[in-house]
Design a protein around this ligand. Structure first.
Ligand SMILES: Nc1nc2c(ncn2[C@@H]2O[C@H](COP(=O)(O)OP(=O)(O)OP(=O)(O)O)[C@@H](O)[C@H]2O)c(=O)[nH]1
Ligand SMILES: C[S@@+](CC[C@H](N)C(=O)[O-])C[C@H]1O[C@@H](n2cnc3c(N)ncnc32)[C@H](O)[C@@H]1O
Ligand code: SF4
Ligand code: SF4
Length: 328
């Protein structure tokens, strides 16, 4: 087996697999007008067998972690079967999902039993009204009980994502800190990223994670190390807190130097970067088991075209209109 490696000697251990574009939330920074079908109907998202084949190919190329994302991945009726199918590969030791949390309370035990090992939930505000205003859904309490249900189901840690927005939640650090003081939650502030649809929101609300980092350091938080299949967050800990704080700062210098992940969209295109071009079609090689070698060769070959960084500083968001179609 040859580990996936690009022209800049970065190695790829982590696949982010989108399984649907559909979402039931309308987050202001992602799908402010809600999900609109984009030329393909729901049936055209990767089938369970196609997901099985693509995850097998990546597993054989050294992938040790897969994240299921979307749209809202838990909207797939076969979501539990998808978890089990990806876990058929023993090389994939970590299987995570990123979710808006609306199905957690009902289904998390089932997902864990099927082989889910890690959970990231998006919660931009701890104020129910503000949560509603940001997501378009009055479901703060349901999502909170979903997180409790995850601990009850045996998850030792839950990661929570909050998109950092000026004049929305950028002054809420203390509220989040109080929340994680006695809870094993890694609360991550994600810098708002510009997308094709989100230019004006970005200009209005983008704020650097530096404002949070300065406060953390001042209060005695310290930076932890990262392992090879971790996401890009800088993670901080503090002796008085059970929880942790993560900062995802894609505009910071050298953010892309440690890129360790590739993406496959819900229609089966390989994306070399979150802000890249159209993607390399894999789907014609996912129809049966006979084409695994060709599939692996195409993934490996495509990787040669991966660029060193994103081009967000130049205002170039690639073809990424919003993050729902590729899963962030
Ligand atoms: N620019 C950029 N942003 C990323 C990248 N990976 C993750 N992000 C951002 O971080 C958000 C949160 O990612 P998650 O899905 O929670 O997972 P993660 O933090 O990457 O990974 P884990 O460490 O596995 O939990 C994504 O939705 C993106 O907004 C990346 O490679 N590039
Ligand atoms: C696209 S969503 C998909 C999974 C699921 N629907 C959810 O919201 O967790 C993945 C992550 O992307 C983040 N995200 C979406 N648009 C973003 C943007 N413009 N800038 C930064 N993060 C964004 C969301 O907050 C969420 O944590
Ligand atoms: S961030 Fe997630 S929950 Fe919010 S609209 Fe986008 S895909 Fe849906
Ligand atoms: S922006 Fe692109 S190159 Fe940079 S870390 Fe993210 S996926 Fe990798």
């Amino acid at each position: 087996m040859q580990q996936l490696t690009d022209a800049f000697a970065r190695k790829f251990y982590y696949l982010r697999l989108s399984i649907t574009d559909v979402c039931n939330f309308r987050c202001t920074y992602c799908l402010p007008d809600g999900y609109k079908p984009n030329g393909h109907n729901n049936k055209s998202f990767l089938s369970l067998d196609e997901i099985r084949r693509v995850s097998r190919a990546f597993a054989n190329l050294g992938t040790e972690k897969v994240r299921l994302t979307g749209g809202e991945p838990s909207l797939r009726r076969d979501f539990t079967d998808i978890i089990a199918a990806v876990r058929e590969n023993p090389q994939i030791r970590h299987l995570a999902v990123t979710t808006n949390g609306y199905r957690l309370a009902r289904d998390i035990t089932q997902w864990r039993d099927a082989g889910l090992t890690a959970l990231n939930v998006s919660v931009d505000s701890l104020d129910a009204r503000q949560f509603h205003a940001i997501t378009g859904q009055d479901k703060f309490r349901e999502v909170m009980s979903g997180i409790d249900a995850a601990f009850d189901a045996g998850f030792e840690k839950v990661k929570v994502n909050a998109v950092l927005m000026r004049d929305v939640n950028h002054n809420s650090l203390q509220t989040f800190l109080n929340w994680i003081k006695d809870r094993p939650i890694q609360l991550r502030f994600i810098e708002l990223m510009e997308t094709g649809d989100g230019g004006s929101l970005f200009r209005k609300h983008h704020v650097s994670g530096q404002v949070i980092r300065d406060q953390l350091v001042q209060q005695g938080w310290t930076l932890m190390g990262r392992s090879r299949s971790d996401g890009p967050a800088q993670v901080f800990t503090h002796p008085d807190y059970i929880g942790e704080i993560g900062l995802i700062m894609p505009y910071e210098k050298d953010f892309c130097a440690t890129c360790n992940r590739l993406r496959v969209s819900a229609v089966g295109n390989l994306h070399l970067c979150l802000f890249g071009e159209q993607g390399i079609p894999l789907r014609d090689l996912l129809a049966d088991d006979q084409q695994q070698e060709a599939l692996m060769a195409r993934i490996q070959g495509g990787l040669g075209r991966k660029k060193q960084t994103h081009f967000l500083h130049q205002g170039n968001t690639g073809m990424t209109q919003n993050l729902s179609f590729i899963g962030g």
